[in-house]
Design a protein around this ligand. Structure first.
Ligand SMILES: N[C@@H](CCC(=O)N[C@@H](CS)C(=O)NCC(=O)O)C(=O)O
Length: 234
C-alpha cells in the first residue's frame, strides 16, 4: 500500500499544497490504492518538502518524480497513449503551473495582507502557544526568501498579478472547449491543472488571479467537473 505523506488539509481543499493535491488526485485518477498520512513534520521528508510517498520499502519524494515512479511500477493508464505533441504540451503546461504561476499563488497567500490573514490561522492555528506565534513568522520569512530567490518576489504586487493573470488567460485558451487539458480523456496533466486551479479558486480570500480564473467559465466549469469526478464527497 502506498502511504502519501502530506500536510493536513486546509481551506476546505483536499490539500492546500497544490503539489500534494496533484499527487492525491493522480492516485485517484490512476485508480491506485493509497492511505494518507497527514503531518507537519518536514524533517522526515527526504527533500524537505511535501509530498513524499512510502511504497513498502521504497521512499520517493517530489510529485513529478513520484508519478514517474508510479508509472514505472504500476503502469501508465492516463498518459500511455499520448503522442509526442501531447507530451510536449503536457510538459509546458506543467512547467507553467509549477514553476511560474505557483510563485504568484505563493505571493498572494503569504505576502499579500488578505491572503496572509487567512493563511496564518489555516496553516498554523492548530499549533500550541507559543509555536502558533513563532512558527508562522519563521515560515513567512522562509517563503519571502524563496520568492526573492525565484525572482517573482522582486516584482511589485501589480506586476505579479499581471504575470499570473497572463498565465491564466493562456491556460483558458489552451483548455478551450475541451473536456480535459489534452483532449477528451483525462491525463496526469489534469492532476496538475485541477490541483493548481482549485488552489486558486477555492481559497477564502480574493485576488486578481482568482477573479481572472473565475471569469473564464471554461476553467471554473473544468474545476467543478474534476472535483465532482475525483473528490465527490468533498
Ligand atoms: N517540486 C516539488 C515541490 C513541492 C513543494 O514545493 N512543496 C511545498 C508545499 S506546496 C512544501 O513542502 N513546502 C515546505 C517548505 O518548503 O518548507 C514537488 O513537485 O513535489
Amino acid at each position: 500500500m502506498i502511504t502519501l505523506n502530506q500536510f493536513p488539509p486546509a481551506f476546505n481543499l483536499p490539500n492546500a499544497s497544490p503539489f500534494c493535491m496533484k499527487l492525491e488526485l493522480y492516485l485517484r485518477m490512476a485508480g491506485l490504492p493509497y492511505s494518507n498520512r497527514y503531518t507537519l513534520d518536514l524533517h522526515r521528508a527526504p527533500k524537505g518538502k511535501f509530498p513524499w510517498i512510502a511504497d513498502e520499502e521504497t521512499i520517493v519524494a517530489d510529485s513529478g518524480l513520484i508519478i514517474d515512479y508510479l508509472k514505472g511500477k504500476y503502469g501508465d493508464p492516463l498518459d500511455g497513449t499520448l503522442n509526442p505533441l501531447q507530451r510536449a504540451q503536457a510538459l509546458v503546461i506543467t512547467r507553467l503551473f509549477e514553476d511560474h504561476l505557483y510563485w504568484a499563488l505563493l505571493h498572494d497567500r503569504w505576502m499579500a495582507a488578505p491572503g496572509w490573514e487567512k493563511t496564518r490561522p489555516a496553516f498554523f492555528g492548530s499549533l500550541p502557544w507559543p509555536l502558533r506565534i513563532i512558527v508562522p513568522l519563521i515560515a513567512r520569512r522562509g517563503v519571502r526568501a524563496e520568492l526573492q530567490g525565484h525572482g517573482m518576489g522582486r516584482h511589485t504586487p501589480e506586476q505579479i498579478h499581471a504575470l499570473g493573470v497572463a498565465d491564466i488567460d493562456a491556460l483558458a485558451t489552451l483548455l478551450g472547449n475541451q473536456t480535459y487539458f489534452l483532449g477528451e480523456h483525462p491525463t496526469s496533466t489534469d492532476a496538475v491543472a485541477a490541483a493548481f486551479l482549485a488552489n486558486i479558486l477555492m481559497v477564502p480570500f480574493e485576488t486578481p488571479i482568482k477573479s481572472a480564473t473565475a471569469a473564464h467559465s471554461n476553467l471554473s466549469a473544468y474545476c467543478q467537473r474534476m472535483a465532482q469526478q475525483y473528490f465527490p464527497a468533498g
